[in-house]
Structures are given as C-alpha cells and as structure tokens.
Design a protein around this ligand. Structure first.
Ligand code: ADP
Length: 261
C-alpha cells in the first residue's frame, strides 16, 4: 500500500442538515471516496445512529463490538474503532444503533459538547479531510459535530421546502460559534438530487443560490438511480458506476472542495 503524505492542515467538515433524506450520508460516502481516489487521505465519522454511511460502504454493523458511541461515552480511542482502507484512501469510524442512546447518556457527562473534538484531536494530522455525517436533529450529537468541526457542508435537496429549517440550522451554528467554536464557518452549500427536467429543481437551485450566494458549490448532484442503488452494494458511486453522471458529479465536487482550500 503506498504511503500517502498529508500535505498542509487537516480540514474537519461536518455534513449537516437537520432534515432527513437530503443526501448527507450519500455525500459523506461519495465525496469522501472521490477525494480518496484523488490521492487524499480521508476519514469518515458516522455520527448518525442509523449508520447509513457505515452500511453504505459495506460495513457489517452487527459484527462490530465497538463504534463511535464508545468513543463518546467511554475511554475507547477513535483509533480503536477506525476501520482502515474501506476504499482507496478512505478510513471509517462507524456507527451502530447503540449511538441512539448517546443523545440521552451524554447529558450527564462532563465536557459533553467537546467529546468528539477531543477524540478527533488524536488523529487530526493523519488526514487531509475528516468528514462527520450528522444525525437529522440539532441535539447533543450534532452539537458535538459543530464543536469538533472547522467548517460545515450543508446539503440541500432540490425539493419543495428546501430552505425550511435552514434558519434554525444557522441559529444553532451561530450559538455554537459564539459559545464554543469561534472559528466555525460554512464551507459550502451543496444542491442534491437535482432533476434538470423539472422547473421545481431549477427554482429551488435559484432560490438557494440567492439565499447563500457564493458559498453554494458550482457542482450540482443530479438525481440518479445509480446513486440510490450503490449503498445496497456497499460501494461508493465511483466504484459502482465509475463512468456515470453520479460519479462524475461527486468527482467534480471533490475537485471544487480541494480547490476551495
Ligand atoms: P440523509 O443522510 O440526509 O438522511 P441520504 O444520503 O441517506 O440522506 O439520502 C436519502 C435517500 O435518497 C437515500 O435512499 C439515498 O440513496 C437517496 N439519494 C441521495 N442522493 C441521491 C441522488 N443524487 N440521486 C438519487 N437518490 C439519492
């Protein structure tokens, strides 16, 4: 296995939108895999109790003894649970359904908002990018991600009510920024599940670009059947359908991300 040298500083990016089904896990997997294929060293942290980022990469969750839950709640180190080389350049810190309990159990812990940040501190320099796939809520798990992250990537589905809840998300971000993580900023907003044949998709895209301005990535992720099929084969889109539109889009996004610095 070739040794990859991490050049420059690690970027820790939380992939967040408290709405479910907007493409958080899909983006975590496929952006991570595309950057890995470009020669970057990437860690994905699955912070969603549903564990779709883990299972979508073929990780058998019920065979795991420990997951990110144990890192947040006990003395388990992040390195103890990381599964290396799940794909080219890609390591994964998986989640199992145990993580669902963490939201409640963390409440009584010391330094409960900073658990993930502390854990990430031990592995930071080993990666170019660390992506955190957040759960669809603004609870303590998401607060842990907001405290640990340098930046946020917000996927927005090109559907009705696309911007619904965004104000609440930005309020949470501002609160964490002012109290716990002054450097926190939006890294980018990503339009997902875009269907160029519908006026709705075009309208939503225009509305989102109008609201967020230049933070919106030029790359738009199209809605494709292949993207939705890939997780059941445990593969990122660049392995499942390397020449298709989905792989092309996530590859373009990876280039944009690496250029954004
Ligand atoms: P979230 O993590 O925000 O809950 P997911 O990434 O799990 O959202 O996506 C929700 C559903 O939509 C999944 O079934 C996924 O396979 C599907 N999906 C996501 N992105 C696309 C896309 N670009 N084209 C088609 N289906 C998609």
């Amino acid at each position: 296995k070739p040794v990859r040298h991490v050049v420059g500083t690690t970027k820790v990016i939380a992939i967040l939108n408290q709405k479910g089904g907007v493409g958080k896990s899909t983006t975590t997997i496929n952006l991570g895999a595309a950057l890995g294929a470009m020669g970057k060293q990437v860690l994905l942290i699955d912070l969603d109790p549903q564990g779709n980022t883990s299972s979508g990469l073929g990780i058998e969750k019920n065979l795991l003894n420990e997951c990110i839950y144990d890192v947040l709640i006990s003395d388990t180190q992040l390195t103890d649970i990381i599964i290396p080389d799940v794909c080219e350049g890609l390591d994964v810190a998986p989640a199992t359904i145990n993580l669902a309990g963490a939201e409640v159990e963390l409440v009584s812990e010391m330094a409960r908002e900073g658990r993930l940040k502390e854990a990430i501190g031990h592995v930071r320099g080993k990666y170019d990018y660390i992506f955190i796939d957040c759960p669809p809520s603004l609870g303590l798990l998401t607060v842990n991600a907001l405290v640990a992250a340098d930046k946020l990537l917000i996927p927005i589905q090109c559907e009705f009510y696309a911007l619904e809840g965004v104000t609440k998300l930005l309020d949470s971000m501002k609160r964490v920024k002012s109290l716990l993580n002054p450097g926190l900023e939006i890294y980018g907003v990503l339009l997902t599940m875009y269907d160029g044949r519908t006026t709705l998709s075009k309208q939503v895209a225009a509305e989102v670009r109008n609201f967020f301005g230049r933070t919106v990535f030029d790359t738009v992720i199209p809605r494709t059947v292949k993207i939705s099929e890939a997780p059941s084969f445990g593969q990122p889109i660049n392995e499942y359908d390397p020449t298709g539109k989905g792989a092309e889009a996530y590859c373009a996004l990876a280039r944009e991300v690496s250029q954004r610095g």
